[in-house]
Design a protein around this ligand. Structure first.
Ligand SMILES: Cc1cc2nc3c(=O)[nH]c(=O)nc-3n(C[C@H](O)[C@H](O)[C@H](O)COP(=O)(O)OP(=O)(O)OC[C@H]3O[C@@H](n4cnc5c(N)ncnc54)[C@H](O)[C@@H]3O)c2cc1C
Ligand code: FES
Length: 343
């Protein structure tokens, strides 16, 4: 269980204005360059109006093509963290961030790489495209959907890649303002007779559903989901936890002990309840963000016992073997469970 602390400080060496609503933050982690793979993300911890909030942001840089580590954030209307970052973070400021997580990465293959992005979904797709073009011989096709040309992030970066890789890169744009939302027919037309490829999809949920439905059967599909449950207000969480446990009707016995910072609580085990829910029921406020198994913000170490994750789109096999689990998804399946949240 010897692992560096979950969070480290990073200096934002530059803020780049990509569009009216999107900024790239160039990051210099204080403990030296981090190891990451194209398509991965880091989770950031920020204080907004006295509240500690956690959000994940994908790398727009590629470890194979770029010297700098960059993440790109787009405003979500009414969103707490995206707006705070864009309105408050300037050159020279610092942020707390984790190491890189995520499994939305290039898989070993010689098939074409096809990326589908909607809005800020271009962030990991650009990283994947740069790595595929730089580190492999694979052809890359991108279908990028945006509201209008002014909202499209990385137009210049993609134009530059097109100049550098004219025979291996194809970029097709779709603007809502011109054609309406992307349709299944447009996706099928873009694909032509490409029947065996690796498809990487990231964007708003309806966009992802449409593309996924259309490309299924034409190769392997990988998805990265940005959206997630917003944080629940204090109090509502306990109701959710109790309802989940009661709904299963199953009788269980045993305890869950949770260690968070200098606190340690032990609660009785409830059927169907996740470790995160148990921790909240015990009065703790552990870190979390998506509550959907996508972001690893809620990761903790299983010191004792075993638990089954309902969904895991964040941890790699070796991390699970090392005893880590996503507490928002992990339901203990033994009488005694002890977990530690690392700071
Ligand atoms: C693995 C992962 C990688 C991500 N990478 C990026 C990235 O590279 N760039 C980027 O800009 N964002 C990315 N996100 C999304 C990001 O983590 C935040 O969810 C987003 O910035 C909204 O946070 P917020 O605090 O501003 O909004 P919140 O205050 O959390 O939410 C405000 C409202 O907006 C809704 N909402 C939340 N997220 C979204 C969303 N993404 N789109 C539309 N509505 C939403 C909520 O349901 C809520 O109603 C990623 C998310 C995940 C899980
Ligand atoms: S809170 Fe995102 S994986 Fe658990």
């Amino acid at each position: 269980m010897s692992r560096p602390p979950m969070f480290q400080r990073a200096t934002v060496t530059r803020v780049i204005k990509e569009t009216a609503d999107a900024r790239t933050f160039v990051l210099a982690p204080h403990e030296g360059p981090i190891t990451y793979r194209a398509g991965q993300y880091c989770t950031f911890r920020v204080e907004v109006d006295g509240q500690t909030l956690y959000r994940s942001y994908s790398m727009s840089s590629s470890p194979d093509a770029d010297d700098e580590l960059c993440t790109t954030v787009k405003r979500v209307p009414g969103g707490k963290v995206s707006n705070w970052l864009l309105d408050n973070i300037a050159d020279g400021d610092t942020l707390d961030m984790t190491r890189a997580f995520g499994t939305f990465c290039l898989k070993e293959s010689d098939r074409p790489v096809i990326g589908y992005s909607g809005g800020s979904g271009i962030t990991p797709i650009l990283s994947l495209a740069k790595s595929a073009l730089t580190a492999t011989d694979r052809d890359v096709y991108l279908l990028c959907a945006d509201r209008d040309p002014d909202a499209a992030i990385f137009t210049a970066a993609l134009d530059e890649l097109l100049t550098r890789y004219p025979d291996r890169l194809t970029v097709q744009r779709s603007f809502d303002i011109e054609n309406g939302f992307l349709t299944a027919e447009a996706v099928a037309k873009f694909l032509g007779d490409l029947s065996d490829a690796d498809h990487y999809i990231c964007g708003p949920e309806p966009f992802m559903d449409l593309v996924e439905d259309t490309v299924t059967g034409r190769g392997t599909v990988f998805v990265e989901r940005f959206g997630g449950a917003a944080q629940l207000p204090e109090g509502a969480e306990t109701e959710t936890a109790t309802a989940t446990a009661a709904d299963t009707g199953e009788e269980v016995s045993g305890t869950i002990t949770i260690k968070l910072k200098r606190k340690k609580v032990t609660v009785s085990r409830e059927a169907g309840e996740t470790i995160l829910e148990a921790a909240r029921r015990g009065g703790l406020t552990p870190p979390f963000s998506c509550e959907a198994g996508n972001c690893a913000t809620c990761m903790a170490h299983l010191d004792e016992g075993t638990a089954t994750m309902r969904v895991n789109d964040a941890l790699e096999d070796d991390e699970i073997e090392d005893g880590y689990t996503l507490t928002c998804q992990a339901v203990p399946d033994c009488a005694t469970t002890v977990v530690t949240y690392e700071d």
